[in-house]
Design a protein. Structure first.
Length: 547
């Protein structure tokens, strides 16, 4: 066994160091903290630019951590990258290098620091997200910024959101006030979610808190520290777009988040410095941990909601579960009907050799039915082993009617009047998705396995009529077809060795994609494209611990 361990250590290029860092850091600069750690070790050379990291303040308790793990804990959720090269070299650098840093301190109504509050930096003109960060354990935040004028949005679950317009780099001390939450017409009073650091992960509990009443996983994620929703996607402040996992299964379609009810979520884990278990291109990972199902018999859940504005939307959901002993069967059906209309008008001036003034009026009407069904099973062999799977089918159809009316002036004279009307039909033909998983233990061997298959056709038909006062009228008809297929599987195995463990994993993905485009009038060139990608990723890692 001893010889095997020596060989594995040699293969993975790992050096075991008995050096451990024990230290309380209270409101010191990251540069000073790194300098202290460098003085405590002879096995690592830590390279960083002192002035670049001096503004980032650190308050944390490091207990019996290796040098690399201690540095990752110090960095926390600052926009700072830690890279280990070879056996000795550790490089620490700011990923967003600017001369200006937005700083401040967030406290609650009693004057205590608010840790892990989200601070989003917005453009004052249109409130688009520019960058952001979170507060540390002392309620302090430091965010690199480029713009001289910004709008800061400070938010945390259970407190009123605060907006601060700022034309300098110091926001000072900001006191947040509690808020009684009203969700779907119901006033909710309950425990605020606890947020804590576990290793290099930030974990926010949902079970037993007001977060259970948020609605779906999509609603929960938008309120987790460090996570920001941008359109239909999520991103980690300072890290970009993350991978999202449901327990041990990677989500390939974020629409699935709408099928996960918030009261079924145990906690949400955010990993900002993923290790060898993930591909090197992965900057961050979100893991949604759900509760273990309890009770037996048939369960039925019905939900419905509607919204009216410039149009209306209606959503219906049916969730069925049946549990008997170790077996759970489930079926989910979600349907939506959305219809909206809008109109607008704008004027555009183009300064060129000719002074162009374009006045545009437009009207749009959109009709969008959506249907999604899923059924599957879970089987709990024992407390340590379970397996299951599901099949899901999704149908999405969007029909858009558009009318445009344009007046073109050239150097003040009428050049042309254009009218354009179109009907566009985008049909997501049934999307098939299949998943199988196994998670468990055989003796001391822990195994996680997931496999996914997805197939989809997407069709787009566009009929367009263009009328011109000065030039020829024309009809333009286009048709586009896209087919895509994905096969993916991931296996992760761990086994203890001495006072550490060995980790072995592999991941395989195979994608095929082809698209065709045609315009029968010949105004636009026809095309046909095909793409095939295959990737295999594997790793072997030995984690050794010393007393």
């Amino acid at each position: 066994m001893k010889q095997l361990l020596i060989i594995l250590l040699w293969l993975t290029g790992i050096t075991v160091s008995a050096q451990r860092i024990n230290r309380d850091f209270h409101d010191v600069s990251l540069s000073e903290a790194l300098k202290y750690i460098q003085e405590q070790t002879t096995n690592y050379d830590i390279t960083f630019i002192y002035d670049e990291l001096e503004d980032f303040r650190v308050t944390t308790h490091v207990q019996r951590k290796s040098v690399p793990d201690a540095i990752i804990q110090l960095v926390g959720f600052y926009p700072v990258r830690v890279v280990k090269s070879g056996e000795r070299e550790i490089y620490v650098e700011c990923t967003h290098k600017t001369e200006r840093h937005l700083t401040g301190t967030i406290i609650d109504e009693t004057g205590q620091p608010v840790a892990y509050a989200n601070v989003a930096v917005l453009n004052p003109a249109d409130s688009t997200l520019l960058c952001g960060g979170v507060t540390n354990e002392s309620g302090i935040f430091v965010i690199p910024i480029d713009q001289p004028n910004i709008l800061a949005r400070i938010s945390y679950v259970g407190y009123k959101t605060i907006y601060k317009q700022c034309d300098n780099t110091e926001l000072g001390t900001i006191r947040m006030q509690p808020e009684t939450m009203t969700l779907k017409g119901v006033t909710v009073k309950g425990e605020r979610p606890k947020v804590q650091l576990q290793g290099n992960s930030l974990v926010m509990n949902v079970e037993g808190t007001v977060m259970e009443r948020m609605g779906t996983a999509e609603d929960v994620l938008s309120r987790v520290p460090t996570i920001s929703k941008k359109g239909d996607a999520f991103e980690i402040l300072g890290k970009g777009v993350p991978l999202i996992y449901l327990n041990n299964r990677k989500l390939t379609d974020l629409q699935e988040l709408r099928n996960i009810q918030s009261d079924n979520i145990k906690n949400v884990e955010v990993i900002q410095n993923p290790g060898a278990r993930y591909d090197a291109s992965v900057n961050a990972v979100i893991i949604i941990h759900t509760k273990r199902a309890t009770g037996e018999g048939l369960g039925v859940e019905l939900s419905s909601w509607s919204r009216k504005g410039h149009g209306f939307a209606n959503n219906e959901r049916i969730n069925l579960t049946f549990r008997n002993g170790k077996l759970e069967l489930f079926a989910n059906l979600f349907g939506a009907y959305n219809k909206r209309w809008e109109k607008g008008e704008f004027e555009q001036t183009v300064f060129a050799d000719t002074l162009w003034v374009i006045t545009n009026k437009q009207k749009d009407k959109v009709y969008n039915p959506f249907l999604e069904g899923r059924f599957g099973f879970n089987y709990q062999l024992n407390d340590d082993n379970s397996f299951g799977g599901f099949y899901q089918n999704t149908y999405d159809y969007v029909k858009t009617w558009s009318d445009y009316d344009d007046d073109l002036l050239a150097n003040g004279s009428i050049y042309d009047h254009l009218q354009n009307s179109s009907v566009n039909r985008a049909e997501g033909a049934p999307k098939h998705q299949v998943n199988l998983y196994y998670t468990g233990k055989i003796g001391k061997l822990a195994i996680d396995f997931n496999a996914d298959y997805t197939y989809r056709n997407q069709r787009n038909r566009n009929q367009q009529q263009e009328l011109s006062d000065e030039y020829d009228d024309r009809d333009v008809n286009t048709y586009a077809l896209t087919r895509s297929r994905l096969m993916a599987e991931k296996l992760f195995v761990t086994h203890p060795i001495g006072k550490g463990q060995i980790e072995v994993g592999e991941e395989y993905t195979n994608t095929r994609w082809n698209s065709s485009f045609e315009n029968k009038e010949g105004y636009i060139a026809n095309s046909n494209n095909e793409q095939h990608e295959q990737a295999v990723f594997s790793w072997l890692r030995v984690c050794a611990m010393s007393m």
